[in-house]
Each structure stands twice: as structure tokens, then as C-alpha cells.
Design a protein around this ligand. Structure first.
Ligand code: ZN
Length: 232
């Protein structure tokens, strides 16, 4: 039993071996018709290691792990039924309505936070200490924050019209954003809390959630990540 400070509640407790990317998504990505694709990207070398079960780290106590799994369950439920509330706006844009802003945001923000506190190479991203602490307190108190605080843009990826729910990539960190691909969806997280005056329509808002439909072939770094690797 490993007793250490839980990264979320800061209490000394027995820690769980937690997934960085939620387990249900990894399970989802392991279903037969999804190519079983799981890719590690690395800037430091070209070695891509196919993990068996997704990256894990001792991070959370049982209580905090349970807190996160609640959001994960809700997101998983939504993910499985999302077609019912997706409206086509144009050829490359959809609008999602009737979603639970609180649980979706808490789930996605928990991924951003987990990436910021992990020590696993290729998964660790940098958030400044103030923002990391704001995120931690928000997650601890089930506060999804406002849409402009760490805003999230969503792109549903496809390969010439065919989607691939099995696509997962380790995060790609840029100066101001972190790109995460899970379950065939590209989430682009802003690493900052933006000024609410500057942007009116956030891609993931409280009532409306806009998602782009993007061909993977149009994103160079994704193409490189996917096709310059050995498939598993
Ligand atoms: Zn805890």
C-alpha cells in the first residue's frame, strides 16, 4: 500500500494506481472494429511504445478516484448516446445540445489537470502553478468553471469521411494549447483562463457545444503521428 499525498485533496492517504486517460475510453478504443490504435508520440525520439492498458500513475486516493469516475461514467453515457443530440450546422460543423455542461467539463478538465500533475514522460504538460491550483480546487469542489476558463475546442476526426473511435494519442503540447485525441475526438484545451470579454461564443459553451468535423489528412502533425508508427 502506497501512502502519500493525494494530488487532488492533498490528504495523506493510500493512493490508487490511476489512469491518466480514463479507462473506459481505453476499453472503448480496444473494441475490434476500431483498429485498436493507441499511439504514443514523443518529441525526444521516434520510439512509440504500445501500452497494454494505458498509462497509469499513483496520483489519487480512493475518494478522489471515485469523484473522477462519476464524471467519467456520465461522459461515457453521453458518448454512447450523443447522436441523438447532434445537429448538423454545415458540412464541417455540428452543434451538440442537451448535454450536461457540468459533467462534460469536469470530465475534460480532469484530463487536463491529470496531464499537468503526472510525471509520465510524453504525457506531462506544463501549466503555471496558479492555473494548476485553480483547476485542482475547481475539480475538488465539482466546479466546472466558466466556458472561457480553460476553454475547450472539439473536432470530430475522420479519415476521408470514415470515423475511427479507436484513435488515442498522447498529448501534443503547444505554447498556449494542449491537443488531446481520445476516442477519435481531438480536444484542444487552452492552458489559460481567457478574458470573457474577448470571446463571446466558446466552442464548448453552457448550452451550445460546437464541434468541427475535420479530416485527419488536413492536420499535418496528426498524419505524421498516425502514419509514422508501427500499428499494434
Ligand atoms: Zn484525494
Amino acid at each position: 500500500m502506497l501512502v502519500r499525498e493525494c494530488a487532488l485533496c492533498k490528504k495523506n492517504k493510500s493512493l490508487q494506481n490511476s489512469h491518466i486517460y480514463p479507462k473506459f475510453l481505453i476499453r472503448l478504443c480496444r473494441v475490434k472494429d476500431c483498429n485498436n490504435k493507441f499511439i504514443f508520440m514523443s518529441d525526444s525520439n521516434d520510439i512509440k511504445i504500445p501500452p497494454q492498458d494505458g498509462p497509469k500513475v499513483y496520483l489519487l486516493c480512493e475518494e478522489c478516484e471515485g469523484r473522477f469516475s462519476k464524471h467519467e461514467c456520465k461522459y461515457a453515457g453521453f458518448f454512447n448516446n450523443q447522436l441523438e443530440c447532434v445537429y448538423s450546422i454545415s458540412e464541417d460543423l455540428v452543434l451538440i445540445k442537451d448535454f450536461d455542461y457540468k459533467s462534460i467539463r469536469l470530465f475534460l478538465l480532469s484530463i487536463l489537470w491529470r496531464l499537468s500533475v503526472t510525471s509520465i514522460p510524453n504525457f506531462k504538460i506544463e501549466l503555471n502553478n496558479v492555473d494548476q491550483e485553480i483547476l485542482r480546487k475547481a475539480l475538488l469542489s465539482n466546479n466546472p468553471l466558466e466556458p472561457h476558463e480553460f476553454p475547450i475546442a472539439t473536432s470530430r476526426l475522420h479519415f476521408d469521411g470514415e470515423s475511427n473511435n479507436g484513435l488515442i494519442l498522447s498529448p501534443k503540447e503547444n505554447k498556449e494549447t494542449v491537443d488531446v485525441v481520445i476516442g477519435g475526438i481531438l480536444y484542444s484545451f487552452s492552458k489559460f483562463r481567457l478574458d470573457s470579454q474577448n470571446l463571446i461564443n466558446y466552442p464548448l459553451g453552457k448550452d451550445k457545444w460546437y464541434a468541427k468535423l475535420v479530416n485527419v489528412r488536413d492536420i499535418k502533425w496528426l498524419m505524421n503521428a498516425i502514419y509514422n508508427i508501427d500499428e499494434i
